[in-house]
Design a protein around this ligand. Structure first.
Ligand code: HEM
Length: 511
């Protein structure tokens, strides 16, 4: 008889042998040739990385491997591959690349978007889930209704659409999160958050911080590690903003997410500061995203104005001239829904997606995707895939009629939790804008748009451009003014209405 320990040793040995053999036989996906040691670092794009990545996808196919100085980067360039890996194998592909300066030092690991896929992340995700579910999100429409009415009203006397879109986007999330309306856009909370997000962009810049390449340097004492002081200063400002927002929200009348989170059972395992970060991040994540995606809509109006008349025909038929479009109208307006969908496809705010990371080795179609790889879901390549979309650079809402929505909000366990709120915000604003205004360029000519029309940062939006918004008639103007005048602007009452709606659909708010 062979003793059990020897049998165990043999089976472990055989297992390891087979694993190593399969790993050796498997090869990485194709990609540009590498140099010794640095790999493809010399080809790493400084900004607008998606342009280079898309060229690689065109050359090497939908799965491309590059090595940026020891970091394995896998670029995913079509919808099917993204679904197969990031959705179907979500338990392997839902982590985030390590960000020492941005996440570990500036956020003290509290930013949910950059947490690794571990129990701590799941706890924070569970905390947020109940206020962001599809059913809960459908109950925030009274807030979006009021804020979009103010948006239309403000646009009667201003063409400064980026500022007005920002106020709208901020007010929707600040109202739900903290019970605070952003009425002017000059509120100190929003201004401080701007500064913190700017700091975060600097902290997250690839190649800017030695500590990201050599994390062990963090053992150095402060005088020899100047980045620590920078990170500490940035943390202080951001943490103070989050904690003040939380405390103020708990004192405000009416229901809000801060009160709801505070009563959650998940919160019992968290510090007050962690709670404050979760709330603050939800606000931060909701402002620039919605604002920029709306600016892209205006750019599309100027570049492809033909669709406007078609949208207005549908609006006039379903809504008429005597009232604003309402949420209930949206399902009866397939063309408006197609405009929303095409807006995401034509230009997404994150053309290179938000990177994921793998937590174990994986094999796909004979290729090895090693553990710890950075995975780039290359949104722009998917959305401009000529096999799926004719004339992909053109804004053509018709292409979506009768077709299901695409994935515009990410993948697997990291899919955007604010997607239902975001889609409702975009849909009501786009419907109301098209109903209310003729939108045109200043000189009345069609705008030519190409890659150079967009900024090159991580979030990419239109570079500044001007547009004119003229009410379609005196009647339209009157309806806008009247609707805003009679709208209930009391935040506490609005949020109590939200809470009642949630109870009405069988939800059980925690405060
Ligand atoms: C047009 C608006 C928006 C767009 C296009 C958008 C898109 C995205 C995308 C692509 C991701 C990354 C998903 C992934 O990694 O696979 C994401 C993550 C996230 N979004 Fe949004 N988003 C929008 C609005 C919002 C809003 C309104 C909120 C909050 C109420 C929000 C909260 C978040 C959070 C917290 C994450 C991080 C999720 C995680 O890492 O687990 N987003 N969003």
């Amino acid at each position: 008889m062979i003793p059990a320990t020897i049998l165990l040793a043999i089976s472990v040995f055989c297992g390891l042998y087979l694993y190593n053999q399969s790993r050796r036989r498997a090869k990485l996906p194709p990609g540009p040739p590498r140099l010794p040691i640095i790999g493809n670092l010399h080809q790493a794009p400084a900004d607008a990385g998606w342009v280079t990545f898309r060229n690689w996808v065109e050359k090497y196919g939908p799965l491309v491997a590059v090595d940026f100085g020891g970091t394995n980067v896998i670029i995913v360039g079509d919808y099917d591959t993204a679904r197969d890996l990031l959705d179907k194998k979500a338990n392997i592909y839902s982590s985030r690349p390590r960000m020492v300066m941005a996440q570990e030092l500036v956020c003290k690991n509290q930013h949910i978007m950059f947490k690794p896929f571990e129990e701590d992340f799941l706890l924070h995700q569970r905390l947020e889930a109940s206020v962001l579910s599809p059913r809960a999100s459908a109950c925030y429409t009274p807030v979006q209704d009021l804020e979009s009415k103010q948006l239309l009203m403000n646009m009667l006397s201003s063409n400064d659409f980026p500022k007005q879109f920002e106020r709208f986007s901020a007010s929707v999330v600040y109202t739900t999160t903290f019970g605070l309306r952003i009425v002017t856009g000059e509120e100190w909370q929003l201004q401080t958050s701007h500064q913190c997000l700017k700091n975060m962009v600097l902290a997250g810049q690839v190649g800017a911080w030695i500590i990201d390449a050599l994390p062990f340097l963090n053992y150095l004492p402060k005088p020899l590690a100047p980045w620590k002081k920078t990170a500490e200063d940035w943390y202080e400002v951001w943490a103070k903003l989050h904690i003040t927002n939380l405390k103020d929200a708990l004192r405000r009348p009416g229901w809000n997410w801060a009160k709801d989170f505070k009563n959650a059972k998940e919160a019992e395992e968290m510090t007050e500061m962690e709670l404050a970060w979760d709330l603050g991040v939800l606000c931060d994540a909701g402002v620039e995203t919605t604002n920029i995606q709306l600016q892209i809509f205006v750019l599309a109006c100027l570049a492809y104005p033909d669709f406007i008349a078609k949208a207005q025909k549908e609006l006039d038929k379903i809504v008429g001239l005597d009232r604003l479009p309402e949420f209930e109208d949206l399902e009866k307006m397939p063309y408006i829904q197609a405009v929303v969908e095409e807006n995401f496809r034509w230009r997404h705010i994150v053309p290179a997606g938000i990177p994921h990371a793998t937590t174990q080795d994986d094999y796909y179609k004979g290729y090895l995707i090693p553990k710890g790889s950075t995975i780039i879901p290359l949104f722009i390549a998917m959305r401009q895939d000529k096999r799926l979309f004719d004339s992909p650079l053109d804004f053509l809402p018709e292409r979506w009629l009768g077709k299901p929505q695409a994935n515009n909000f990410g993948y697997g366990r990291r899919v955007c939790p604010g997607r239902f709120i975001a889609r409702n915000s975009l849909s009501i604003v786009i419907a109301r804008f098209l109903w209310a205004f003729n939108i045109r360029s200043k000189n009345g000519k069609r705008l030519l748009v190409d890659e150079s029309s967009f900024t090159t940062g991580f979030v990419s939006g239109p570079k500044p451009f001007e547009a004119v918004f003229e009410p379609r008639s005196k009647k339209h103007r009157r309806v806008i003014e009247e609707s805003y005048k009679v709208a209930d602007k009391d935040t506490a009452r609005l949020m109590s209405q939200v809470r009642k709606m949630q109870e009405g659909v069988g939800l059980n708010p925690r405060a």
